[in-house]
Design a protein around this ligand. Structure first.
Ligand SMILES: Cc1cc2nc3c(=O)[nH]c(=O)nc-3n(C[C@H](O)[C@H](O)[C@H](O)COP(=O)(O)O)c2cc1C
Length: 339
């Protein structure tokens, strides 16, 4: 089934979950305009201070259109996994029927969601993870490419399309799409839809600091670098004076700990806690351009297409128009079939 019909939306455009940038007003604005916003529960609770259920209800006061939730299924912490299971139940009780899973095996999510008529899409960076996701019963795949914001994958959008296209489920392009031209190009290439993250940070509704939004507008593709120093694995960030000074590789102790069988779990936990705090601070405080700052601003290479801070709905509407023009031109047989 097509992505738009599966999700009950008009425009095959997902506003990807973003820690620490997804706030309920942003999610609501994208869904209200005909795309679909995805709640990031950690961002909702720990960055914006909402009880999760209250956050969903706040969104519902703005729009009754479909929304999604991100389910991070990292198994290394039982405490965290239990909390995630509780959050999934809250989301289902509040009527959410679209879930985006990242990391790990999504089977328990599918088992809870599918009997209620819900849909699960799984984030993948290569065929191996796609096969695992499909074996667990997911309904679609989000192909995270090497231009994405957040944790980028190793492959290009074209390579991922080639590698995953025969799997028979809708494929969403995540990474590098910052405007309606790139959006239409992804559909024309054969993707069923697009997930954008960075583009939606530079919007009126996003709760991030204005300095961060302006840095995204000002940045060129060459300003985006991958650093291991925040989470231990490559994370796309804007090159700031601090990033320049401290370098992009994990420090020697961290590297040593990440190699050990037991110590790697501790090191990942240390990274997770530290980065959650660090990224929250950076997103809300601004000032990462100052030489004295130790903050990181996450962004992907899609900064190239981002020229101004504007309402999220305006972005969705321009993408809708570009998709309609593409269909009318008859140059996107694959996209027409799937979107
Ligand atoms: C600041 C930021 C935070 C992100 N956090 C998450 C997250 O918590 N969970 C997730 O699945 N993806 C996360 N992502 C990835 C996005 O959902 C999306 O796939 C990605 O941003 C697409 O690339 P783009 O930024 O070039 O549009 C994040 C991306 C950014 C830019």
């Amino acid at each position: 089934m097509s992505l738009t019909r599966q999700l009950g939306i008009e425009v095959p455009l997902i506003c990807g979950a973003m820690y620490p940038c997804s706030n309920p007003e942003l999610v609501a604005a994208v869904s209200a305009a005909g795309g679909i916003g995805v709640v990031q529960p950690l961002s909702m609770i720990y960055v914006y201070g909402h009880d999760l259920r209250e956050g969903f209800r706040l969104i519902r006061r703005i729009t009754d259109k479909p929304i999604g939730m991100n389910v991070l299924i990292e198994r290394s912490s039982k405490f965290y996994l239990d909390r995630m299971k509780g959050w999934l139940d809250v989301a289902l009780e509040e009527g959410v029927r679209f879930f985006v899973t990242s990391l790990g095996n999504p089977r328990w999510v599918v088992d809870r969601v599918a009997p209620l008529g819900g849909v699960v899409y799984h984030d993948v960076t290569e065929r191996k993870w796609a096969d695992k996701g499909l074996a667990a019963g997911v309904h679609g795949l989000i192909a995270v490419n090497n231009r994405a914001g957040g944790h980028a994958g190793p492959k290009s959008a074209a390579q991922l399309l080639d590698e995953l296209t025969d799997l028979g489920v809708p494929l969403v392009c995540a990474g590098g799409v910052g405007d309606e031209t790139a959006f239409a190009a992804a559909l024309a290439a054969g993707y069923a839809g697009v997930q954008m993250g960075t583009r939606f940070i530079a919007t009126d509704e996003c709760g991030a600091h204005d300095d961060y939004k302006q840095a995204i507008v000002a940045a060129t593709e060459a300003d985006i670098v991958l650093t291991e120093r925040v989470t231990g694995v490559p994370l796309a960030v804007i090159r700031t004076p601090y990033v320049e000074r401290i370098g992009l590789k994990a420090g020697p102790i961290a590297r040593w700990m990440l190699r050990g069988r037991r110590t790697k779990h501790w090191m990942r936990a240390i990274y997770a806690l530290r980065s959650a705090w660090q990224l929250k601070r950076a997103s809300l405080a601004g000032g990462a351009r100052e030489a004295s700052s130790k903050d990181y601003w996450q962004a992907g290479k899609s900064v190239a297409g981002i020229e101004r801070v504007e309402p999220a709905g305006a972005i969705v509407r321009r993408c809708a128009a570009a998709a309609a023009a593409l269909s009318a031109s008859g140059t996107a047989p694959t996209a027409r079939r799937r979107a």
